[in-house]
Design a protein around this ligand. Structure first.
Ligand SMILES: Cc1cc2nc3c(=O)[nH]c(=O)nc-3n(C[C@H](O)[C@H](O)[C@H](O)COP(=O)(O)O)c2cc1C
Length: 311
């Protein structure tokens, strides 16, 4: 059965969006209130105030509806529903702050119990040339550190590169290692050159490159091999969780990224290229930037296939 959100999707799909209050413009009655995003309405629809259904339009290229804002206005004595289209987490917060700034109070209601934004993360491999501020990267790293870790050792380490010459050095070194591996596979020379070049370009063209490492000195030390191996695995799992959190945090603030496994095949090469401490074992390369092209969602296996319940 189609639900409330499906009906709203249909209303949006069948309507023209009119933006009559663009981002940066002032409220007609409260000039101190500046619209933080494009604001308008769905043409040929009707809300409680007789005008069209209100719409806030965010920066995401896919104009999906993940949330609505509910408002109560004691001055106008009305209650409204405002649609938040294509808004990332930061933009939803901006709308909330704006709405809570006048005679109104607002609350955001999320589709899919708030999980829709999580499901809308994609591995993005093409980025715009827009720079990413160090401040934003630091916020994302701080969010990543809220991942769980074995014994709370937080064994993750991040080598963050935005400077072109360092990206080139890393891309060059990883490219040479990749070339050697592909030669061992017996691939034809032109195929090797093309694959290595593609990988090198991807690293060089990403606005920010993060080498996610595991600090081997952070874990417990055991006398036996079995527990030592388990401890190592716990470290790898903890670092990977931080990488997953990092990708989700990036997505939440409107950035996008992709996980690249290249350094796993040449950890010493990556470590040396950046002159990292010897205990920092590279686990993955995470490319980040503002998305230029968001690929379509890749299919997920159904729950029945991947889970067994004793419920
Ligand atoms: C451990 C791991 C290694 C990955 N390695 C690469 C990689 O080397 N290159 C790449 O383009 N994507 C890589 N990915 C991204 C996956 O291809 C991607 O997550 C998957 O296709 C699902 O797409 P989605 O993330 O957009 O949902 C990797 C992901 C993980 C978790």
């Amino acid at each position: 059965m189609l639900d409330f959100w499906d009906y709203l999707d249909r209303l949006i799909a069948e309507s023209r969006i009119v933006i009559d209050r663009p981002r940066g413009s002032a409220h007609p009655h409260y000039p101190e209130l500046i619209y933080p995003l494009d604001y308008g309405y769905l043409d040929q629809t009707h809300a409680i105030d007789g005008a069209g259904v209100d719409v806030w339009l965010g920066s995401q290229s896919e104009r999906t509806l993940e949330a609505v804002a509910l408002t109560v206005d004691l001055h106008k004595r009305d209650v409204e529903v405002k649609l938040l289209l294509g808004c990332n987490a930061a933009e939803k917060q901006m709308v909330l702050d704006f709405l809570n700034g006048s005679s109104m109070r607002a609350e955001i209601v999320y589709r899919d119990a708030g999980l829709a934004w999580l499901k809308s993360r994609r591995s993005v491999r093409r980025f715009s040339s827009q720079e990413v501020s160090r401040h934003l990267i630091e916020q994302i790293l701080a969010a990543a550190t809220w991942a769980p870790s074995a014994h709370n050792r937080q064994p993750w380490r991040f080598a963050v590169i935005a400077m072109a010459q360092h990206k080139t050095r890393l891309a060059q070194a990883l490219g040479e290692a990749f070339q050697r591996d592909l030669a061992l596979d017996g691939l034809p020379e032109h195929e090797i050159v093309a694959q290595v070049e593609r990988s090198r370009q991807r690293i060089q063209q990403a606005p920010v490159v993060i080498l996610l490492c595991l600090d081997r000195s952070a874990g417990d030390v055991y006398p036996d091999e079995k527990r030592q191996q388990a401890e190592y695995l716990m470290g790898v799992q903890s670092a990977a969780l931080a990488g997953g959190y990092l990708l989700l945090a990036a997505h939440a603030v409107g950035l996008a990224g992709v996980w690249m496994c290249a350094p796993l095949f040449a950890p010493a090469t990556a470590q040396q290229a950046l002159d990292l401490p010897l205990t920092w074992e590279p686990q993955a390369l995470i490319l980040l930037g503002y998305p230029a092209q968001v690929p379509p969602a890749r299919e997920r296996r159904p729950i029945e296939e991947i889970a067994r319940f004793w419920y």
